[in-house]
Design a protein around this ligand. Structure first.
Ligand code: UDP
Length: 327
């Protein structure tokens, strides 16, 4: 059994990965600056420990990495509103924090599992994207691209540390992971925003005309992919797309949400500029090619969008009625 450190382990996807690793009998430390609400239910497990700290606190991070066989690096600022509004903090955490992890894990000879993002493909118009496809990014004066740039630099660091220091890694590019515990209702990513609007019977605010597309992968499926690759020899020192193949426009997502949750909200549009000013540029289509993950990880998303939305709606409904904590 392995000693596994998860930076960002008290975050959304991290909390599900902690659950899975504990169920497999590993010892798990979640290193996270949040208040730990999402992993409260794990605190009584003797194989689990929560360290509330920042990955920019190098001595604290090193103390934990020095006791680990595997370091899963999930801690990052990944919320579009935050990286548009706070680019400096985003770069510090997503770039300097990652560098801390790679340096220390490399010294310790621990395996690194790195959370990257579908954002690294940028706005490449030729979907679906294979892991080897080009990155097409906008100009640096648009804050939106600082997140994609930091994550892509993290990927380069993985290859470079592998080449120069023999570090072993697996990198995942996640495509719009969703499910219970995502963000607070009304904030962060598109689903909690739409859901708050639906639950309060307010209009759903579509940015632009709603023709931009995404694929949404249910969090339990994504956590399954993460854990499979972590222990798969053939996956070492490679990058994998973790996403669903079902492409949906944001307008279709709003309609599906209304249908599955039986909501009566109307649908309205606002321009991107009204929401983000000039520091944002949307991605017209985002679709992964998951053939490599299927072949090497023996993984694909299996939860239908209807089932995943149903579970997510039920969770947020209970939370909005004060009937459940984060879990
Ligand atoms: N979006 C929207 N209305 C909202 C929030 C988001 O139409 O209130 C759109 C957003 O402009 C983007 C898509 O939903 O096209 C997904 O946004 P999200 O913030 O979840 O992350 P992204 O996939 O862009 O990284």
């Amino acid at each position: 059994m392995a000693a596994i450190l998860i930076t960002g382990g008290a975050g959304f996807l991290g909390s599900y990965v902690c659950e899975r690793l504990l169920a497999l009998g590993h010892s798990v430390v979640a290193f996270d600056m949040s208040n730990g609400e999402k992993i409260e239910h794990l605190l009584s497990n003797p194989s689990f420990r929560f360290v509330q700290d920042s990955i920019l606190n190098a001595p604290a991070l090193e103390r934990e990495i020095d006791r680990s066989d595997i370091v899963v690096h999930f801690a990052a600022i990944a919320d579009p509103k935050r990286y548009v509004m706070e680019p400096l903090v985003t770069l510090q955490i997503d770039l300097q924090g990652a560098l801390n992890v790679f340096q220390m894990a490399s010294k310790r000879k621990a395996k690194v599992i790195f959370a990257s993002t579908s954002e690294v493909y940028g706005k490449n118009p030729r979907v679906p994207w294979k892991e080897t496809d080009d990155r097409v990014l906008g100009s640096t004066h648009v804050n939106r691209w600082c997140y994609a740039t930091a994550k892509a630099a993290g990927e380069h660091y993985c290859y470079a540390y592998h080449q120069s220091e023999g570090m072993t890694f697996v990198t995942y590019r996640f495509f719009n992971v969703y499910g219970p515990r995502l963000d607070d209702l009304g904030s962060g990513r598109v689903l909690p925003i739409f859901l708050k609007q639906c639950l309060q019977d307010e209009p759903i605010t579509i940015h632009g005309d709603g023709s931009q597309t995404r694929t949404f992968v249910y969090v339990e499926d994504a956590a399954d992919g993460v854990v499979r690759g972590m222990f798969e020899k053939q996956a070492e020192n490679q990058v994998f797309n973790i996403g669903s193949s079902q492409e949906l426009s944001i307008l279709e997502l709003a309609q599906k949400l209304k249908e599955v949750g039986k909501f009566s909200s109307s649908i309205t549009t606002v321009t991107h500029q009204e929401v983000f000013g000039n520091s944002y540029e949307d991605i017209p289509r985002r679709v992964p090619d998951v053939s490599k993950s299927k072949k090497i990880l023996k993984w694909e998303a299996t939860t239908s969008i209807e089932d995943g939305l149903f579970k997510t709606i039920e969770y947020y409904r209970r939370r909005s009625q004060g009937q459940c904590a984060q879990v």
